[in-house]
Design a protein around this ligand. Sequence first.
Ligand SMILES: C[S@@+](CC[C@H](N)C(=O)[O-])C[C@H]1O[C@@H](n2cnc3c(N)ncnc32)[C@H](O)[C@@H]1O
Length: 260
Amino acid sequence: MTAFNSAAQAYAQYRPQYPTALFTGLAEHTSLDGTQTVLDLGCGPGTLTLPLAALAAHVHAVDIEPAMLAEGRALAAAEGIENITWTAADAANLPNLDLGPIDLCVMGKSFQWMNQDQLLADLDQLITPNGTVALISTAARSTASRPDWLDVIERVCVAFLGPDYLQANNPTAHPAEGRDDVLRKSPFSTLRTRTWEQRLTRTLDELVGLQMSFAHTNPAVLGDRQPAFERALRDALTAYNPAGAFTSTVPIEAAFATRP
Ligand SMILES: C[S@@+](CC[C@H](N)C(=O)[O-])C[C@H]1O[C@@H](n2cnc3c(N)ncnc32)[C@H](O)[C@@H]1O
């Protein structure tokens, strides 16, 4: 069972969609015109996969967690999308999946979970000569743009799970190297980045549900403390903001990596 097994349902329900501008940017930067083959690695419930299916001939959606793929399959079926193949596999097993040539590999908030050097070497064997690796993530935000209600959530998390709860349940691959360093020494060493600001407003229910989608506060991590955690979170957030509308501006970043 992986870190995202018990998070899958909340992930599909409560994580926000990526902004439309991201997909326009992806299409512009990689010349997507409906004829390409895309690989979405660490696809989760298809957060990138589903919108990309409209821009590509075929999308291979690969994730190590079957519960995530089940959510993605259900969402694709509900939307009548048929040009996606869902595969349960570890990214380390990529060379054995017989995917054929890939024009664009996207990874949305998943690169940090993988053996990055080996993965980029494996992708070098799969990606077409002019192809792209696109890493999508939430960029660091300035202190000024960090909403205060994140501190309220943080205090409840620490009270229930201890001060090291983030490190305890998130990957520590490449602790000395940042994403860009890893890319620059890889076959995909030419790097361009773009950022889009996404304005979000969530209700109290959505914010509590969202916590269940994280590797560090999902139902498996909380165990029998989940009901008390949810109650404490509701109480603290309601005391902070009785109106119950929680806004934030999130910078969504795409790093486009190509061969020189
Ligand atoms: C934070 S979620 C991102 C989901 C989606 N790409 C998005 O942008 O919202 C990270 C995903 O990476 C998957 N993952 C983690 N390690 C993996 C591995 N070694 N191989 C394949 N998938 C992996 C997890 O199961 C999870 O679904």
